[in-house]
Write a protein that binds this ligand. Structure first.
Ligand code: PLP
Length: 394
C-alpha cells in the first residue's frame, strides 16, 4: 500500500510493509546473514545498485528495511537508516559528516554520551566542538566559526527540558553553509517533525518512545535528501552500526501504537505535572506543557503536543531524593524513558552519584532533581504512588 499521502496513524500501522509470497500482514523476521544471487550477473547488478534485492544483512535486510521505510515516512524524510543503538546513530552521524579541522556547535544539555563521544574521542581526530545554551539563538549565531559544519540540537533536551527553536536554528546553520541535525528522541515523530521545520537530519534513540516497551535498544537516522541518506548509510555499513533484523521486528511491533501510547502518557502527565507543581515537597517543576516553562510558547508552536517527560526539584535535596526513590512502588527506579511503564530517577543519588558535587551542579544536576517518565498506567495509581512517596520525602 502506498501510504505517503496517508495520515500519521495509518502510516504507523501500514507504511513500509512489503508484499511477500504469503501475503504476510506484518513483516516477518528475515533472520538471514546473506542473500544468494541467481547468477553472477545478478550479483554484479545488486552491488552496482542496478538491481533490487539484498546482499548481506549489514548492508540491508528486509525486516530492517520495513522499519526504516516506516520511520522515514513518519518524519517526512527521503530515507532512514536503522542502527544498533541511539549512540550508534549519533556516532554514525558524527563520523559521516565531520572531518579533521571541522567544528560542531551543540546544545549544552545534550544527552551525556553524545557530548562525551565528541569531547573525549572525536577531539582526538581534530574535530572541535562548542556547547552552549541553544534556547537563545543569539548564542548559536555567535558560536559559528568559518569551519563550523554541523549544528547539533537536542530539543526538548535531557533533563533540562530545554526547547530550541528548530526553524530558527536551521536558518542560522544554512546561512552559514552548515547542516542542522536534531535529536528528536524526547518528542518522538508524533509530536515533532524537525525535517518539516528545516532540519537536514533527525535521529532517535529508538529505545525510548518509538519502541516504547523497554525490550529493545536501537537507533535511527532520517535524512531529508537522497545525498545525505547515502552518506549516512555508507558510514553505517562501514562502521557496522546496523540494526539486527530481530531488533527491527520488535521495534516495528512497538511502533504501531506510538500515537496511542504518546497521547495516553501525555494525558496522564497533564494531570501529574500541575499537581506536582502545587505539592509542598516540590520546589519547582519543569514540564514543557506548563505555562511556567520558559519555552512553553515555543514548544506549543513547533510541537503538536508536550509529551510525558517531567523534571522536578525536591525541597529536601539529596536526602529527600533518596527517600523518594526508596519509597515509590509503582514507578520503576531506572534510567531510560518513553516506555509504557512509569520510570523515575534521581541523578544525584543514582546516575551522577560518583561525580563531584560542584561538577554535578555545573552540569545542572541539582541535589533534589528528579526525572520522571510518565507511562500509560491509570493516572490515579501513578498519582497515589507519588503522593505516598512524597509524603515520606517531606
Ligand atoms: C537514550 C538517548 C540516546 C542514546 O540512545 P541509546 O539507545 O541508549 O544508545 C541519545 N539521545 C537521547 C536524547 C537519549 O535519551
Amino acid at each position: 500500500m502506498d501510504t505517503r499521502q496517508s495520515g500519521f496513524n495509518t502510516k504507523l500501522v501500514h507504511a513500509g510493509i512489503p508484499h511477500d509470497a504469503y501475503g504476510s500482514v506484518v513483516t516477518p523476521i528475515y533472520q538471514v546473514s546473506t542473500f544468494a544471487f541467481r547468477n553472477a550477473q545478478e550479483g554484479a547488478d545488486r552491488f552496482a545498485g542496478k538491481a533490487d534485492g539484498y546482499i548481506y544483512t549489514r548492508i540491508g535486510n528486509p525486516t530492517t528495511a520495513a522499519l526504516e521505510q516506516n520511520v522515514a515516512e513518519l518524519e517526512n524524510g527521503f530515507g532512514a537508516t536503522a542502527m544498533a543503538s541511539g549512540m550508534g546513530a549519533v556516532s554514525t552521524v558524527y563520523l559521516a559528516l565531520l572531518s579533521a579541522g571541522d567544528h560542531m556547535v551543540s546544545t549544552d544539555s545534550v544527552y551525556g554520551p553524545s557530548r562525551g563521544l565528541m569531547e573525549k574521542h572525536l577531539s582526538r581526530f581534530g574535530v572541535e566542538s562548542t556547547y552552549l545554551d541553544t534556547t537563545d539563538l543569539e548564542n548559536l549565531r555567535k558560536a559559528l566559526r568559518p569551519n563550523t559544519k554541523l549544528v547539533y540540537v537536542e530539543s526538548p533536551s535531557n533533563p533540562a527540558m530545554a526547547v530550541t527553536d528548530i526553524a530558527g536554528a536551521a536558518e542560522i546553520a544554512h546561512a552559514h553553509g552548515a547542516l542542522l541535525v536534531v535529536d528528536n528522541t524526547f518528542a518522538s515523530p508524533h509530536l515533532q517533525k524537525p525535517l518539516d521545520l528545516g532540519a537536514d537530519l533527525v535521529l532517535h534513540s529508538i529505545t525510548k518512545f518509538i519502541n516504547g516497551h523497554a525490550d529493545v535498544v536501537g537507533g535511527i537516522v532520517i535524512a531529508k535528501t537522497e545525498a545525505l541518506h547515502k552518506q549516512i548509510r555508507t558510514m553505517m555499513i562501514n562502521l557496522g552500526s546496523n540494526m539486527d533484523p530481530h531488533q527491527a521486528f520488535l521495534v516495528s511491533r512497538g511502533l504501531k501504537t506510538l500515537a496511542l501510547r504518546v497521547e495516553r502518557a501525555e494525558q496522564n502527565t497533564a494531570t501529574i505535572a500541575p499537581w506536582l507543581e502545587q505539592h509542598p515537597a516540590v520546589a519547582w517543576v519543569r514540564y514543557i506543557g506548563l505555562p511556567s516553562h520558559p519555552q512553553h510558547a515555543l514548544a506549543k508552536r513547533q510541537m503538536s503536543g508536550f509529551g510525558s517527560m517531567i523534571s522536578f526539584e525536591l525541597k529536601g535535596g539529596l536526602e529527600a531524593g533518596r527517600i523518594l526513590m526508596d519509597s515509590v512502588k509503582l514507578a520503576g527506579l531506572a534510567v531510560s524513558l518513553g516506555g509504557v511503564e512509569t520510570l523515575i530517577s534521581h541523578p544525584a543519588s543514582m546516575t551522577h552519584a560518583g561525580m563531584a558535587r560542584e561538577d554535578r551542579l555545573a552540569a545542572g544536576i541539582t541535589d533534589g532533581l528528579v526525572r520522571l517518565s510518565i507511562g500509560i498506567e491509570d493516572v490515579e495509581d501513578i498519582q497515589a504512588d507519588l503522593a505516598q512517596a512524597l509524603a515520606k520525602a517531606r
